[in-house]
Design a protein around this ligand. Sequence first.
Ligand SMILES: Cc1ncc(COP(=O)(O)O)c(C=O)c1O
Length: 434
Amino acid sequence: MSNVADRKSWPQRDAAVVWHGFTQMSCYVDNAPVIVERAEGRELIDVDGRRYLDAISSLWLCTLGHHIPELDDAVREQLDRIAHSTLLGNGNSIVIELAEALAKKVPVDNPHFVFASDGAAAVEQALKIAFQYWTNSGQRDRKTYLAFGDAYHGDTIGGLSLGGGGFGTEIFDPLRFSVLRAPSFSNPDALRVASEMVQEHAQHLAAVVVEPLVQGAAGMLIADPTKFAQLQDACRESGVLLICDEVATGFGRTGTLFASEQCALRPDLLCLGKGITGGYLPMSATVANQRVYEAFLGPDLGERTFYHGHSYGGNALAAAVALRHLELFERWNVLDNVRARADQLKRLLDERVRSRAGVHDVRGFGLMAAIELAEDSSERRLARRTCAAMVRRGVLARSLGANIILVPPLTTTADEIERIVAALSASLDEVVCG
Ligand SMILES: Cc1ncc(COP(=O)(O)O)c(C=O)c1O
């Protein structure tokens, strides 16, 4: 370590060289960032040895917590074989084993997996596959997408175009391509209206893109699961492809392995990411059903081929840990815990948070919750300051606009749920109600 580095604090060293996403770097150090060094179970440990319960699963990824011996072993064992080999034109045995295991679980008929590294890339792949599906089928007019208000599908240009905007991303509006926009899940008629829009615009629509059950990044907006069937029917009747984005809801978040199961959805294309490796290594996937896959079959080097692929797509280390993660899900009955802890979290938020002054709404499904504050603003930064107060109490939370977001690991214990709600209540007292 250089002398200069010695004299600087970790946040100062960080700010000097790392540019953090969705973060104003001019006040990064003043906002007292947590500089993580290691972790045990569901607790992150910072460079000074302080512990924080990870109530956001490190951006909704770490399903089982951190530093899981079984997952650590999966990476180590794979390291003794190979870390990575390209999937372009050749295969890798651990990736095949993962795809076979996932194929038994995903709500997609005869699924085929295109692997990538981030959720946004999985969405981008789905958009391109849907577009080319229609080109390969000789229907070049079908090139528009229907997406929902308040949707979030990632930060690539395609993902941003589908997204409902917000979070300061308006600056990119000139880059967004236009989509047909159905209402947000905050409108109880959103799915009915979307179904009617599909019927009306079918001849120009390539696909509908939807987050099943929960619009997570919008602040946990929930749609009635029984209303998705109507949308699926409209797609099937008109041939429009249905893309379910389960990057946030997939891998147990809502109490079933996939939220599509609760909505009785079997999409043509499914986007997976975040929890797929339990937060260990970057991996995502676009899953296509037989109907879509078959439209790409043709002569070698022919134009029906899907000419797309990322360097790290189907990384072997990520595949090994994803496979072990899937096995642990069953072995540990993770979904039972999600349902029990989700009931507890809902009850505690209803009892201790919902009716507080300054709290506008409490929403959630499974282990995804949002506490929306009334009258927040970029000057008052109430949600942000409440999360900072929670961090001082040893619980890592994160705000999204006026919402305080809680997305704890799926293995969180009853005591830890108590700890999260206690820290939230005390922090609301300090910042909002005090
Ligand atoms: C529904 C949904 N789709 C896509 C993404 C983008 O995933 P990533 O951040 O891995 O690119 C997110 C991220 O929050 C998401 O919630």
